[in-house]
Design a protein around this ligand. Structure first.
Ligand code: ADP
Ligand code: ZN
Length: 743
């Protein structure tokens, strides 16, 4: 941008689909450039926005109040990527930019804040004084012995932080002040990075000798790296086949040719082992973006990346926006995980954006999973992704033995005889057990045996779950809770039955049956707070836990060689979800949970309890027959016209009055039909229908689904709809492009 620019385009984080023009005051003209933040007047407020670039000034414009950054926060290329995402997901650019930056950087100022104070707005930078030796300085004759010792230490090191001096000499304040006054040393404020992990001692490890499948996969990726063109791969490897080793070695090769790497994981708290393996292997700077970081710590990691101090970034979903330059390789580990989709606000999918970002950077992208998305399997078939297969476990370890416990006619059984027997034997032989159940709490359904009254949440269309530890019944959607009832509020009767089992009940039953066993539970109730996950996983790793009961959390990519038995208590409920992906989900979850067994020297065993063991998703998973599952599922998707054979978008409507929500949704359909007629193109409009969860937090929810074989046709219609659509008063609506969850 040259100094003659007099007006700029600014993105403001508001739910508005336009950007805004401002006048540049002459004194700021040379400093305001693309990617920096500015404070601007907006209506009667002041907002923080991001400069998108110069514009032809037209009409009366308000001037920028202040410039907030000395250096751009985003490069032009990063901004282009965000613009693409904004347009693809039909979400306002200002909000997209806010989501991509560390929290707080684009927050509106509080009324008492001045422009200058916003420079390090909210996400504060911590400083630490350093003391440097002044050139040519020699010890002063009038120094006390303590000051001389301190001066000596600084001379020897060239520079020392106050923290270090304090460690060596106790509080050195007075002596330092004197040394500065005498001109022997100078004081300099340096920015400090907060990183709770960096202090950990890390044992180095070395590259493993790859087996033939791993070697072939690495060779293919490395060849693509050297071509320096976009190359997307699907690394489809059974559980325990050594996918992580392939990531590590291909990233090492990328480093050798001066390229950097981004590694996306579903949830950092659940993958401490993966992070540890990276820290052991690489000596270069690694940034780990995890949910346990405070806002300040996150900002620090972001700045380390921005300044090129790290070469590897590991993080969950939002790390796809990390300001890493010179990208050579992007890994999306467990690419099938639904957590890659952001489910509120800016609803992007990091797995999909990894492909977009990789393409822009001419990088290699590896989508890795034991249970890839149907979309990826089809993508590989069509040659959009290069398929790399690891069909065997490392070191020739066998996949676990599977036994099925048919629960038909035995509804209400928590632990079947078969599972109990296997549990007892495994305990005796010193093996560890994982038990999977996808519901937390004690009982998920309370009903009065006398009058049939069911305990429901008053704000949401769900039943309340009884938690024994807190003696309360709780809504898992809005956190509404009541003390556990002793009498029915309807008939005053005392015959309340606790139905439906959660992890808490399983834990209690285990304690009764195996009093000598060391039992732990991992779900949202036991992992709140910093380090909650790590503590529980450590118990398993160190062998101080015999049985771990848990929800989905225990299914995620963990590698515990001591686990020789996995029990799946209930998987069927997933299949009852009104979602075309329920078969895919059940297959993935079951395969992943089973895959935790037998990863060490002792073979693994799996017991699966099910009410519908013949369902194809379950039967194929039990038979380790992923090819069969994918073939069958693809056929179903093709016949029904669902992804990967069609593109989807969902429109959601909510409000406090059910009738007006329904009316709003119907108006939207009418508009869509009119637009479709005038634009042409075959977009199927399904609905409106009440959402499966028809009420949450007092708001009624309706939705409709758009389906189309052509992405551009669908996008065009959505764009036209967005331009014209004004939801009726009291109704909120949003568009979800490529929805993953339709509850
Ligand atoms: P996946 O990610 O496919 O589930 P991992 O990468 O976690 O599998 O590998 C499982 C275990 O096998 C790890 O302990 C890993 O160190 C080990 N491993 C991986 N590759 C090899 C190899 N080529 N030789 C020996 N051990 C290996
Ligand atoms: Zn509720």
């Amino acid at each position: 941008m040259d100094t003659l620019v007099s007006a700029i385009d600014v993105a403001i984080p508001l739910h508005l689909h336009s950007t805004f023009h401002y006048l540049v005051p002459p004194e700021l003209a040379s400093e305001i450039t693309t990617g920096k933040r500015v404070l601007v007047p907006f209506g009667r407020r002041r907002m923080v926005g991001l400069v998108l670039g110069p514009v032809e000034s037209s009409g009366e414009l308000k001037p920028v109040i202040a410039l907030l950054d000395p250096e751009p926060l985003l490069t032009a290329d990063e901004l282009e990527f965000l613009r693409w995402a904004s347009s693809y997901y039909l979400h306002p650019l200002g909000e997209v930019i806010r989501a991509a930056l560390p929290a707080g950087l684009l927050s509106p100022p509080r009324s008492d804040e001045q422009g200058e104070a916003l420079t390090n707005h909210r996400a504060s930078i911590q400083h630490e004084p350093f003391f440097l030796i002044t050139t040519g300085s020699e010890a002063h004759p009038r120094l006390g012995s303590r000051a001389q010792a301190i001066f000596g230490a600084i001379t020897a090191a060239g520079e020392l932080s106050r923290k270090e001096l304090r460690r060596q000499f106790g509080e050195p304040g007075e002596q330092l002040k004197r040394l500065v006054e005498l001109g022997l040393i100078t004081r300099e404020e340096r920015e400090l990075y907060r990183d709770p992990f960096r202090e950990e001692v890390v044992l180095r490890d070395e590259e493993l000798l790859l087996n033939e499948h791993q070697a072939a996969a690495c060779d293919a990726v490395v060849a693509a790296l050297h071509r320096k063109t976009f190359a997307p791969f699907l690394l489809h490897g059974v559980t325990g086949s050594g996918k992580t080793e392939v990531y590590l070695q291909t990233i090492a090769r990328a480093m050798e040719i001066g390229k950097n790497a981004l590694v996306l994981v579903p949830e950092i708290a659940l993958t401490p082992q993966l992070v540890k393996r990276f820290r052991r292997r690489f000596t270069c700077g690694i940034a780990v973006l995890h949910s346990g970081l405070s806002t300040g710590e996150r900002y620090d990691e972001w700045r380390r990346i921005r300044r090129g101090e790290v070469r590897i970034v590991i993080g969950a979903r939002s790390a796809i926006f990390a300001p890493l330059a010179n990208m050579g390789i992007i890994v999306v580990d467990e690419e099938h995980e639904p957590t890659y989709k952001q489910s509120e606000g800016f609803r992007y999918n990091a797995r999909d954006l990894a492909l977009v970002r990789g393409k822009r950077a001419h990088a290699v992208v590896i989508l890795g999973s034991a249970t890839p998305l149907l979309t990826s399997i089809q993508g590989a078939k069509e040659g959009k992704l290069t398929s790399l297969e690891l069909p065997e476990r490392v070191r020739g370890l066998p996949l676990p033995e599977i036994a099925v416990s048919d629960l038909r006619g035995r509804k209400g059984t928590t632990l079947s005889g078969l599972l109990l027997k296997a549990l007892g034997q495994n305990l005796e032989s010193g093996g560890q057990t994982l038990l999977f159940l996808n519901r937390r709490g004690f009982a998920t359904y309370l009903v009065c045996g006398d009058c049939g009254h069911v305990f429901r949440c008053p704000n949401c269309s769900v039943t309340l779950t009884y938690h024994r530890k807190t003696e309360r019944i709780v809504c898992h959607y809005c956190d509404y809770s009541l003390p556990a009832p002793t009498a029915c509020p309807g008939c005053q009767g005392g015959g309340i039955t606790f139905l439906g089992q959660g992890t808490e009940r399983v834990e209690e039953e285990l304690l009764e049956r195996f009093p000598e066993a060391r039992i732990a539970r991992m779900d949202r109730d036991t992992t709140s707070g910093k380090g909650g996950h790590a503590r529980i996983l450590k118990g398993l790793e160190e062998g101080s836990t015999d049985i771990l009961v848990g929800t989905q959390m225990i299914a995620k990519g963990h590698h515990f060689p001591g686990v020789t038995l996995v029990g799946v208590l209930a998987i069927d409920s997933i299949l009852n979800f009104p979602d075309f992906r329920s078969g895919e989900r059940a297959f993935q979850l079951l395969t992943q949970v089973m895959g935790r067994a037998g990863r060490g020297d002792n073979p693994g065993q799996v017991v699966v309890q099910s009410l519908m063991p013949e369902h194809y998703a379950i039967a194929r998973a039990l038979a380790h027959d992923s090819a069969g599952f994918y073939a069958e599922e693809l056929l179903f998707r093709q016949e029904a016209g669902y992804p990967p054979f069609a593109h989807l978008a969902a429109l959601h409507f909510s409000g406090n009055l059910e009738e007006s929500v329904q009316r709003g949704a119907k108006e939207a359909v009418a508009l869509l039909i009119r637009l479709r007629r005038s634009r042409g193109g075959r977009v199927e409009i399904l609905g409106p229908v009440a959402a499966p969860l028809s009420k949450i937090r007092g708001r009624y929810r309706w939705q409709l689904l758009l389906k189309c074989r052509r992405r551009d046709t669908l996008h065009g219609l959505l764009k036209a709809f967005q331009d014209e659509w004004r939801p009726p008063t009291g109704i909120r609506s949003f568009i979800d492009v490529d929805p993953v969850e339709m509850m």
